[in-house]
Design a protein around this ligand. Structure first.
Ligand SMILES: Nc1ncnc2c1ncn2[C@@H]1O[C@H](COP(=O)(O)OP(=O)(O)O)[C@@H](O)[C@H]1O
Ligand SMILES: [Mg+2]
Length: 251
């Protein structure tokens, strides 16, 4: 579903190379975890997948369903079924969460060539998804993410994911200090959406999240490259021993 081949990317502004020959394949139905010390390039990878223009790809390719996405803008990527949840969700003052969801859902449907949904149907879907996340509808009247607690932001994020039904979900949960509540929301949300035709790339600093979202594969990112790939036991190893021996082994 997602194939990253020898990717090299630098910060457009100052030319610093952050991603240095990254290879990664995520198959349909797979939950892949990316771990790695701070500053390895994990968040950068998620921004590049989203299509942010602050990074310049100098080599390599990113294939999604066999086609390169490098020429696609963020909206086209989203329409193709790519969903990104960032470490720091953006606050959108002045736009009620419900309004945002309505617009996002219909924009996505238009882009996929589907009919737009009428308000009652949208409300029905939002209510259903919100109640499964134990979210109060009153919260959805507030501007998106503005003044939301960490747990509420996570809920809003998973709510978007549920409604948009993406095929490839990328979640950057690195050192965002997920509390138990947020951890539960994210992991239950992801687990409920696991399906043979949907894949997840879960970026996390802590093994803890992976006790709840049991990954099919674990990849260690270090200095912009995947230096080791393994199964879920690799996450346990890292939790116990840290990254030092994996880094030494790769050197
Ligand atoms: N826009 C930017 N400007 C300057 N440095 C950046 C920028 N984006 C990322 N970096 C640097 O790139 C490296 C990787 O950062 P990041 O992707 O956030 O790592 P991680 O998420 O693994 O902790 C860090 O050294 C960070 O300081
Ligand atoms: Mg990060």
């Amino acid at each position: 579903m997602l194939e990253i081949k020898n990717l090299h990317a630098k910060i457009a502004e100052d030319g610093t190379e952050i991603i240095r020959g990254l290879d990664l394949t995520v198959k349909a139905g797979e939950v892949a975890a990316i771990m790695g010390p701070n500053g390895s390039g994990k968040s950068t990878l998620s921004y590049i997948l989203a299509g942010r223009d602050d990074y310049e790809i100098t080599e390599g390719d990113i294939l999604y369903d066999g086609k390169s996405i490098l020429g696609m803008d963020p909206a086209e990527r989203a329409a193709a079924g790519l969903f990104l949840a960032f470490q720091y969700p953006v606050e959108i003052p002045g736009v009620a969460t419900l309004e945002f969801l309505k617009t996002a859902l219909n924009a996505q449907r238009r882009a996929r060539g589907q009919d737009e949904l009428k308000i009652p149907e949208i409300l029905r879907r939002v209510k259903e998804a919100a109640s499964s996340l134990e979210m109060d509808m009153a919260m959805l009247k507030r501007p998106l993410n503005v003044g939301f607690s960490g747990g509420e932001k996570k809920r809003a994020e998973i709510l978007q994911m549920k409604l948009l039904e993406p095929k490839m979900c990328v979640l950057d949960e690195t050192d965002s200090g997920l509390d138990i509540d947020a951890l539960k929301v994210v992991s239950e949300g992801v687990n409920a959406l696991r399906s043979p035709d949907r894949a997840f790339l879960v970026i996390t600093h802590y093994q803890r999240l992976l006790e709840h979202i049991v990954p099919d594969s674990v990849h260690v990112l270090y200095r912009g490259r995947v230096i080791k790939t393994g199964g879920k036991e690799l996450a346990l190893h890292l939790e116990e021993h840290g990254y030092a021996d994996v880094i030494d082994e790769a050197a």
